[in-house]
Design a protein around this ligand. Structure first.
Ligand SMILES: Nc1nc2c(ncn2[C@@H]2O[C@H](COP(=O)(O)OP(=O)(O)OP(=O)(O)O)[C@@H](O)[C@H]2O)c(=O)[nH]1
Ligand SMILES: [Mg+2]
Length: 297
């Protein structure tokens, strides 16, 4: 007889969906740490980011992805969409994140990308924003008609509501196998990458609609001096007007961005950080293939 308690499951799970549905917030909730940046603006995530969750008897290797988008064409956006497609190949399960308040044409576009033969679990997110939970029923019925899902689980990634139930639903479809990472690992990304992302997050959160999409962050140097991390970063912008907005009056906005980013780094890295940030104009970087590759897109 098989001893059910001895079975260990493990697998790769892609988290996909249209922009701003809460994929990265959900990754962080599942992993229990802030490793993927989030903001109200669509297309905050630009990279594939792995987050590892190890429970008794099961290890999940989640892959957060950029929001699938079809609106604005640039080489950067082409690369973001390619990152989504790449993340879908060879996974053991897929979590499709949708916003419980509305299913859109863009959600259906994402559904078309999903390979057949891989179990898909819907995370019906942002249920905290739905006052009358009966409103979820027609949404669930609408979704269920679109594909044969392994499960549809209403959650609130932001509040953590039913994230454990979602994890159980995912575990049920994962293959048996040993852990893929040491069980105290939470991501495959290094501190250098995370430092650049924290800076980008503050730009997305603090600035209006135009500037964030014109910016990219590169870490020039990352040095350890005992417990201190000394980091020098460059923010690239597309044009002089964006540079002026980013720096702000007397450097005030830049200072606020750098301070907030530094505090996040100190919390995640567990030590003091000295952060020096420069802003440089690099016209057309989002259509410059050599530059995009250098930036890791
Ligand atoms: N009310 C509510 N807001 C949420 C929830 N989950 C995420 N959000 C908010 O939705 C916005 C987008 O969240 P993200 O996690 O950045 O969304 P994303 O899908 O990763 O977005 P992209 O990376 O840009 O595609 C943020 O303002 C989040 O705080 C939730 O459960 N409830
Ligand atoms: Mg994201």
């Amino acid at each position: 007889m098989v001893d059910a308690a001895a079975v260990h499951r493990a697998g790769h799970v892609a988290i996909v969906g249209r922009p701003s549905v809460g994929k990265s917030t959900l990754l962080n909730a599942l992993v229990g740490a802030r490793i993927s940046i989030t903001s109200k603006k669509p297309q905050t995530t630009r990279h594939r980011i792995t987050g590892v969750r190890s429970d008794a008897g099961v290890q999940f290797v989640f892959v957060d992805t950029p929001g699938w988008q079809t609106r604005h064409r640039s080489r950067l956006n082409d690369r973001l969409n390619r990152a989504v497609r790449d993340a879908l190949s060879g996974v053991d399960a897929i979590v499709l994140v949708v916003d419980a308040t509305r299913i859109t044409e863009q959600d259906r576009e994402v559904l078309k990308l999903l390979p057949s033969g891989v179990p898909v679990i819907v995370a019906l997110n942002k249920i905290d924003a739905v006052d009358d939970k009966r409103c979820l029923l027609p949404v669930i019925a609408e979704l269920a008609a679109l594909r044969d899902f392994a499960a549809i689980v209403p959650v609130s990634a932001e509040r953590g509501t039913d994230v454990a139930a979602l994890a159980r639903a995912i575990a049920a479809v994962l293959p048996e196998g040993p852990a893929l990472y040491p069980d105290d690992d939470i991501t495959d990304r290094d501190e250098r990458f995370l430092a650049a992302e924290f800076i980008r997050e503050k730009i997305f959160r603090q600035l209006g609609d135009e500037v964030p999409y014109g910016t990219a962050v590169e870490i020039e140097t990352f040095e350890h001096e005992g417990e201190l991390r000394r980091i020098r970063a460059t923010i690239y912008v597309d044009k002089p007007s964006q540079r002026a907005i980013l720096i702000g009056e007397g450097g005030s906005r830049m200072k606020a961005i750098a301070t907030k980013a530094r505090l996040d780094m100190e919390q995640l890295f567990g030590g003091k950080v000295f952060l020096d940030v420069w802003v440089r104009i690099k016209r057309g970087w989002s259509d410059n293939d050599a530059m995009l590759t250098r930036l890791g897109y």
